[in-house]
Ligand binder design. Structure first.
Ligand code: AMP
Ligand code: MG
Length: 501
């Protein structure tokens, strides 16, 4: 394909230039019959691409647009590469991972003036493909698009989705599925697994260059520290503690927190078997392959800490004069994960419950601590509870106000302890407006996601578009969107997600 000249945006190749050892130059596979399924117009425009040109005359993608979004005709300056990394998968080190079906096209300047990676998933086999076919299917790529954009709208750091293009290829999984390429955007795709790759290579100069690259592009304040590499580690501990606290506050289950799926930037990455929790249950696992529950909802902070310990091990040669002092420094920095995580979670939960600055720590802790047991015991829908509490409280005489208020009315009749809890919480004079600003009404609920992906796979993008509209403005209640605010009907049954590999 040709015609990329219609886009004037240039890509840079800072990652390839800084770290050639972590890349293999590679070309995207030519899709047999590419067709644009969804384009993020505002993100495209922010990155300097013209959405009209990308869409083409009939909306299914111009030749130039499809060439860019599938990587077959990337913009000027692009040097497409597959990135090398390793990683602990379910606790076991896999020394051969890397982008088996993905490519980094290059970087483009984002709206914040910072460079952002343009990255493809499903663009064909690379030298890291091992047994895989290099492809991705429409359903899982639409899921990543939807959930990552919902997370962004919730204010949670994440990779963004630029587009999904159906390739026209048939992808063989348990059944034959339509193929797709996702284009995504991130501050960086450098992962804990990238550092583990450098660690395993035994090349300390490479490790140092990678750490310096991460400092320069992601955590430049660490450069001012007396020990910049320790400063880098501390900052990654800090951004990950904040990130996982935010996941926990919205009920997000990542599903596959392997070390190759944890970024140095603190962005959520790799939406595979992820899902938002329905009824509150700390042991929630959705992934069909997570049979031991390693990545269950409640384990996520512990796993993040475990992954950071692997990051520390990889960085060790850079952290001190000798091994003993390096280990000591790393342990001390890692020790701050729990404190920071707890502080971030507590601050977030106070907001969710509308508790202002004047409410004492002790009083806030009393109402917060009583909640999980109650929600779990009575299988209360996590998202509707908080929003319903705000709605019901704002209009106490009309418990039906807002589609979620019913959940609170129901709890009042069904849960004996709830009235007492409500009384203590009310005593703290909660601010319902604050609650409405930080408790989403629309999240990508599993039954709605499935409905949207099934339709999308069959060629009808309407349900996907409507759900996307709801979840990308998650805090503003709008008429006509009632069904997007409600929990799954009983008939939906227990939910399982698949990696989509
Ligand atoms: P993920 O579960 O998406 O994080 O992928 C784990 C590893 O498997 C990464 O190295 C991927 O590039 C690779 N991988 C996953 N699916 C495929 C596929 N269909 N073809 C080639 N490589 C794949
Ligand atoms: Mg991955």
């Amino acid at each position: 394909m040709s015609g990329s000249s219609q886009q004037t945006t240039r890509l840079t190749s800072r990652f390839v230039d800084d770290l050639p050892e972590l890349t293999v130059p590679w070309q995207a596979a030519e899709p047999p019959e590419p067709r644009l399924l969804v384009l993020n117009d505002s993100l495209a425009a922010e990155l300097g691409f013209d959405p009209e040109i990308l869409r083409g005359p009939d909306g299914s993608g111009s030749e130039a647009g499809l060439g860019l979004l599938t990587g077959t005709a990337p913009p000027t300056g692009a040097q497409p590469v597959a990135q090398a990394y390793v990683g602990h998968q379910f606790g076991t080190l896999n020394p051969r991972l890397g982008d088996g079906r993905a490519l980094l096209l290059g970087e483009v300047q984002g709206p914040d003036g910072e460079p952002h990676d343009i990255h493809l998933k499903g663009s064909g086999r690379t030298p890291f493909a091992r047994g895989g076919d290099g492809f991705a299917a429409v359903g899982p790529m639409l899921r990543e698009y939807l959930v990552s954009e919902a997370m962004h709208a919730l204010g949670i750091p994440t990779t963004r989705a630029l587009s999904v293009v159906a390739t026209g290829a048939r992808v063989h999984r348990e059944r034959v599925l339509p193929g797709a390429v996702l284009a995504r955007v991130a501050r960086s795709h450098v992962r804990v697994g990238s550092f583990q790759f450098a660690q395993l290579s035994g090349d300390e100069a490479l490790l140092r260059r990678l750490a310096d690259h991460a400092i320069d592009h992601l955590h430049p304040q660490a450069r001012e520290d007396s020990e910049p590499h320790l400063g880098l580690f501390e900052r990654v501990v800090s951004v990950q503690a904040d990130l996982v606290a935010q996941w926990m506050l919205v009920g997000f289950v990542h599903g596959v927190m392997n070390t190759d799926n944890m970024t140095i930037s603190g962005e959520t990455i790799d939406y595979g078997p992820c899902a938002f929790m329905d009824a509150f249950d700390p042991s929630t696992v959705y992934s069909s392959i997570d049979t031991g529950g390693r990545y269950a909802f409640a384990n996520q902070p512990l796993i993040a800490e475990w992954n950071l310990a692997r990051f520390a091990e990889a960085l060790l040669p850079l952290l001190g004069e000798d091994e003993e002092s390096a280990v000591g420094a790393a342990q001390e920095a890692l020790g701050r994960f729990r404190t920071q995580y707890s502080a971030a979670w507590t601050a977030g939960m106070r907001h969710k419950l509308g508790l202002g600055e004047t409410v004492s720590q002790k009083a806030a802790a009393d109402v917060m601590d009583a909640l999980p047991t109650m929600l779990q015991k009575h299988e209360v829908d996590y998202t509707s509870f908080f929003r319903g509490l705000a709605d019901a409280e704002a209009q106490p005489r009309d418990a039906a106000a807002g589609p979620n208020a019913g959940v609170v009315a129901e709890m009042l009749t069904d849960v004996p302890d709830f009235a007492a809890w409500l009384e203590s919480w009310r005593g703290l004079e909660p601010e319902t407006e604050l609650m409405r600003r930080c408790n989403p009404i629309y999240i990508p609920r599993n039954h709605l996601v499935e409905e949207a992906l099934d339709a999308g796979e069959a060629g009808d993008m309407e349900p996907f578009t409507r759900l996307l509209e709801a979840v990308t403005d998650p805090y503003t209640e709008r008429p006509g969107l009632e069904r997007y605010a409600l929990p799954a009907p009983e008939s939906f049954g227990p939910y399982r997600t698949f990696c989509g590999t």
